[in-house]
Ligand binder design. Structure first.
Ligand SMILES: O=C(O)CCC(=O)C(=O)O
Ligand SMILES: [Fe+2]
Length: 317
């Protein structure tokens, strides 16, 4: 649980770092094991299709990620806990497994989230894995915010306008230690009159030039198992990974049940509900089934809107 001081600090600054939220035995080790097995399965598929030769013996999870990336085999979508915002096919890969479901529904985490948004908690479907290779290993044209550094944005700016009044919190979960050197998150503490700033579809969806003072940026290192909480109006970005190892995080979001998630095409679920306990989803296979159904429904659509911004806007010129 958070102390009154922590809650007040979150409300004033729009962010809060909390260490030691996820337990090694029950959450972190199973998540690492689930991802390790998943990557092995994905690689087996590529080997069978002749896209790649097996990674060298003795390679660990990150060695394998790096090996595949260098060979042009893209693991992001198969490892992500979401469908993409661009085209979806009936066989678009994605990952929904028991260990990541346990992280998302961890009672310790939901206690904290409940202190910030209230007791009726929905798991918002805007969620991603971020596995960030050393910057020296990136392709020169790599701009994805899930792989390279993330540009300045507000999370409200990467949801649809219908969620502008939704009571929501982002939880950024460190699986490896996040440091200034390996590309931790940074924020600009929110001001009392913080509003939604104009964003532009650039390399990423980012705050238009001239709207934030980057000299106010506060880097937020956090150890493995810790989290960064932030408000949807808090401007944030991430530093680039200047080390020679990977930086790994998940970002997940929660909102008050019944309010728009900002991505209605993707499935939400009730994670906690004192008023209607039987509405809570506790079966990870049901969760996966909801995403599979969404994939079937959305397959072959040309495009899914995930933000409201146009590059034609005067602020983007
Ligand atoms: O981890 C990152 O690079 C950025 C994460 C982010 O934008 C978020 O959690 O909302
Ligand atoms: Fe974000």
């Amino acid at each position: 649980m958070l102390t009154d001081n922590q809650i007040a600090s979150f409300q004033k600054n729009g962010y809060l770092v909390v260490e030691n939220v996820f337990d090694d035995d029950t959450i972190l080790t199973p998540v690492r094991a689930e991802y390790s097995a998943l990557l092995d399965t994905v690689i087996e598929g590529w080997v069978a299709e002749g896209n790649i030769t097996p990674p060298p013996a003795g390679s660990d999870f990150f060695d394998k990620l790096n090996y595949c990336y260098q060979a042009g085999c893209d693991w992001f979508q198969p490892l992500d806990i979401s469908l993409p915002g661009d085209r979806i096919f009936a066989n678009t890969p994605m990952h929904f497994g028991p260990a990541i479901f346990s992280l998302l529904t961890s009672p310790t985490l939901l206690d904290i989230v409940g202190q910030l948004i209230g007791p009726e908690i929905t798991s918002n479907p805007i969620q991603h894995v971020r596995l960030k290779p050393p910057v020296t290993a990136l392709n020169h044209d790599e701009v994805r915010a899930h792989i390279a550094h993330t540009d300045w944005h507000q999370d409200r700016g990467v949801a649809l306008h219908e969620a502008d009044n939704t009571n929501m919190v982002t939880v950024w979960c460190a699986i490896t230690d996040a440091t200034v050197e390996n590309g931790c998150l940074q924020v600009i503490p929110r001001t009392a009159d913080q509003s939604l700033l104009p964003h532009c579809p650039k390399k990423q969806t980012a705050i238009a030039d001239g709207f934030i003072d980057e000299s106010k940026a506060v880097p937020l290192p956090v150890k493995s198992g810790g989290i960064v909480l932030f408000h949807p109006l808090t401007p944030h970005s991430s530093l680039s990974n200047q080390t020679d190892s990977f930086r790994w995080s998940f970002d997940i979001r929660f909102n008050t049940t019944g309010e728009p998630t900002g991505r209605a095409q993707f499935p939400e679920f009730v994670a906690r509900s004192p008023s209607n306990p039987s509405s809570v989803l506790s079966d990870w296979q049901e969760w996966r089934g909801m995403w599979e159904a969404a994939r079937t429904r959305l397959a072959e659509k040309q495009h899914i809107d995930i933000h409201r911004w146009s590059s034609d806007a005067p602020t983007c010129a």
